[in-house]
Write a protein that binds this ligand. Structure first.
Ligand SMILES: Cc1ncc(COP(=O)(O)O)c(C=O)c1O
Length: 457
């Protein structure tokens, strides 16, 4: 039997010794993990590193499960940090990608049929999307949205929230995950290399606190171009009236209200959080799900703001450059459209919400049974855990929780066969069926036992 045939014949079972990072590492994976440090900084492709004994090399994903190159299997609640709402390698999306490949994958941000069709579809389902401009990542989308807002208002400052994540660029990397509370509205840079002048243009407010936002806007009257907010900040739920209050405060001061829907877009409803909460922003950013697992994102919104990016005005006053070599590439468009079609099917969102409810209830009960002082919480198709006794209302509450304990617990989850990014919020997919949740419960229980054994040692 060929290697790939034997791999696909492998049916993971909860009692299989290969579930989780249980010390089962092949020589090939061990060498790869070691050599990675000589090839990519820190042996990592991005900003996350796992503890040495649970690091692994991803080999493939299938439905709710991923496999490392040693053949260990993990039930995946990271799901590519969110895009894989149908699970790994969903048939409809894979087929759409394969079909497109032979027709061409790239058109240099030039009008192509796929991009136009997909933009039409998004315009149909996303409430604020009078215009759509595709780009390659969520960070590009928020970068463009902020630039559009600055040009539209003739102002330079942007207000964001402590703990809010809007990508990797200089205007976003302020107070995304500070280890100590902010001295509002001053933020803390999350990376070295941000010019001081750029950092000074970012104002930080506590989430779910309209009075604080109003105070900051009053103190910076006439200077603020945009308020940018994740409608569900990481996992923190907006209190009733908060998002609408932001919209009103922005409108009254001529500020552009941007909803960063990179995570919530197509997840809480086809029209994202703006449909779910019934609050339409001036601009929104989409990413993750919108690319069906390929590098696609978009900035969408009011025609008068978006049309500043009309290339016929290039070089003119008020022209905003929103471009990228791979924008609207037909391959990503095909994947995104196939994803959207799947999400349009009746009952899909109810099912997703039910799956997440079941995951939260299952894990909460196991935590209670083991008397682990943590909560499992969330709303809609996302969940998280914190070592605290109540759901956070802002990032200050997250800082106050025992974050070291969470990373230690999450590391046990990986050892037991549940993949999460330690300390980070988790997702569910439509592939997380009852069997997957039952298997997850057994692995979760094992992680609880291992965590307690170490805590009490
Ligand atoms: C809300 C939000 N905005 C923007 C981004 C940046 O997206 P990307 O990583 O695709 O650049 C992310 C990424 O996680 C995000 O969660």
């Amino acid at each position: 039997m060929s290697e790939s045939a034997s791999e696909s014949a492998f049916v993971p079972e909860i009692d299989a010794p290969r579930l989780g990072r249980g010390g089962n590492t092949t020589e090939r994976e061990r060498i790869d993990l070691e050599e990675a440090f000589e090839i990519v900084p820190g042996g990592a492709l991005g900003g996350n590193a796992l503890a040495p004994d649970v690091r692994f090399v991803f080999a493939r994903g299938e439905g709710a499960r991923i496999y490392d190159t040693s053949g260990n299997v993990y039930i995946d609640y990271c799901l590519g940090s969110g895009p894989l709402i149908l699970g790994h390698a969903p048939e409809a999306v894979s087929r759409a990608i394969v079909d497109q490949v032979s027709r061409g994958t790239h058109a240099f941000a030039y009008l192509n049929e796929n991009a136009l069709t997909y933009a039409r579809l998004l315009k149909e389902v996303v409430p604020c999307a009078e215009r759509v401009r595709f780009c390659g990542s969520g960070s590009e989308a928020t970068f463009h949205a902020m630039r559009l807002a600055r040009s539209f208002t003739g102002r330079e400052k942007v207000l964001k929230f402590e703990g809010g994540y809007h990508g990797h660029h200089d205007y976003a990397q302020v107070s995304t995950a500070p280890s100590v509370g902010s001295n509002f509205p001053a933020g803390r840079p999350d990376t070295s290399g941000i010019p001081g002048v750029v950092q000074d243009l970012t104002l930080i407010a506590p989430f779910n606190d309209l009075t604080a936002v109003e105070g900051i806007l009053d103190a910076h009257e006439g200077e603020v171009a945009a308020i940018i907010v994740e409608p569900v900040q990481r996992i923190i739920w907006p209190e009733p009236g908060f998002l609408d209050g932001l919209k009103q405060l922005a409108a009254a001061r001529g500020i552009v209200f941007i909803m960063d829907e990179v995570v919530t877009g197509l997840r809480y409803a086809l029209g994202g959080a703006q449909e779910y909460f019934g609050i339409v922003p001036d601009l929104c950013t989409l990413g993750k799900i919108v690319g069906g697992g390929t590098p696609v994102a978009a900035v969408c919104g009011r025609a008068d703001i978006m049309d500043q990016a009309d290339p016929r005005n290039k070089g003119g006053d008020g022209f905003v450059y929103v471009n990228g070599t791979l924008n609207g590439n037909p391959l990503g468009m095909a994947a995104g459209m196939a994803m959207l079609e799947e999400l349009r099917k009746p009952g899909v969102y109810q099912k997703l919400f039910d799956i997440a409810c079941s995951v939260r209830a299952t894990f909460s009960e196991i935590l209670r049974d083991h008397r682990i002082p943590a909560i499992c919480f969330g709303h809609g198709p996302m969940w998280h855990m914190l070592f605290t006794d109540r759901e956070p209302r802002n990032f200050g509450d997250v800082i106050a929780s025992d974050r070291k304990a969470l990373v230690a617990f999450d590391t046990e989850l990986i050892r037991a066969g549940i993949f999460v990014l330690p300390g980070n919020r988790r997702f569910v997919s439509l592939a997380h069926d009852e069997t997957v949740i039952r298997d997850s419960a057994v692995a979760f229980e094992r992680a609880c036992q291992a965590f307690l054994a170490k805590a009490n040692a």
